[in-house]
Design a protein around this ligand. Structure first.
Ligand SMILES: CC(C)(COP(=O)(O)OP(=O)(O)OC[C@H]1O[C@@H](n2cnc3c(N)ncnc32)[C@H](O)[C@@H]1OP(=O)(O)O)[C@@H](O)C(=O)NCCC(=O)NCCS
Length: 218
């Protein structure tokens, strides 16, 4: 498995992972992903499977996961209301309005794997290597920030394991998988977590080249 910077031609593969990973009401739009790639390409990485078996089957390597992010100048303060937090973390926001290449906060906007690749420890490795790569390349980053649905247990396990702690809880932010009628979902909390970027700079990863964004091996 290798980690590469995403390219515009990867968008359809990324949208396939998005559809496998999130219920329709919270899937983000293709336009949002395209904009993320345009605004901060160094913060948008994909995990590819170029094993002989897969290349034989597909005729090419397979995109098995993605992680995208943006850099923020500031975070709402802990005294701020939920409304301010919700506005900042709203899904499908335009990164052109929120991203600043010199920002000190790396906000991981989304992260997911194709179903067939889950449950083998790859999620954690991909997450940590991506952050090691991005935080290594952008020395001004102080904190990594993430928003997670309180019900996404596997993602939460990864974040806690690598030292993320809860800084704020958004009551009833996400629709859950528990439907109360055919069209209506119950709601679940969104947990905002953060961890120091230096923790990821300590990690050594094996790279094919000197370029920190090219071909990291997992
Ligand atoms: C989150 C996600 C990327 C994790 O990928 P993954 O490869 O399954 O994760 P890992 O194999 O590294 O496992 C992470 C933890 O979940 C547990 N886990 C994974 N699959 C599991 C399963 N089917 N049953 C029980 N536990 C499972 C692992 O045991 C591990 O916990 P541990 O360290 O205590 O053992 C993946 O589940 C996914 O794409 N989910 C949908 C999208 C999503 O929730 N994204 C997060 C957005 S914030």
């Amino acid at each position: 498995m290798n980690l590469f910077p995403a390219q515009p031609f990867d968008i359809q593969d990324i949208m396939k992972i998005e559809r496998q990973s999130f219920i329709p009401s919270i899937q983000e739009k293709q336009k949002t992903f395209e904009k993320r790639l345009e605004v901060f390409p160094q913060g948008f990485l994909i995990l590819t499977d170029s094993s002989e078996k897969i290349v034989k089957q597909n005729g090419k390597a397979l995109t098995a996961g993605y992680l995208c992010s943006e850099l923020w100048d500031s975070m709402p303060s802990l005294e701020d209301s939920d409304e301010i937090f919700k506005r900042k973390f709203v899904l499908n926001h335009n990164p052109a309005h929120t991203h600043n290449t010199n920002g000190m906060y790396l906000y991981v906007t989304s992260f997911a794997l194709l179903r067939d690749y889950r449950g083998q420890g790859l999620g954690e490795k991909f997450f940590v290597s991506s952050l090691a790569s991005i935080c290594g390349a952008f020395s001004q980053i102080k904190k990594v920030v993430i928003l997670v649905n309180a019900e996404w247990e596997n993602a939460l396990k990864i974040y806690k394991k690598v030292g993320f702690t809860e800084i704020h809880r958004l009551k009833d932010f996400f629709p859950t998988l528990k439907k109360i009628s055919l069209f209506k979902h119950e709601m679940s909390d969104g947990i905002i977590m953060s961890q120091n970027a230096d923790e990821f700079r300590k990690i050594n990863f094996e790279s094919n080249t000197e370029n920190p964004f090219y071909g990291i091996k997992l």
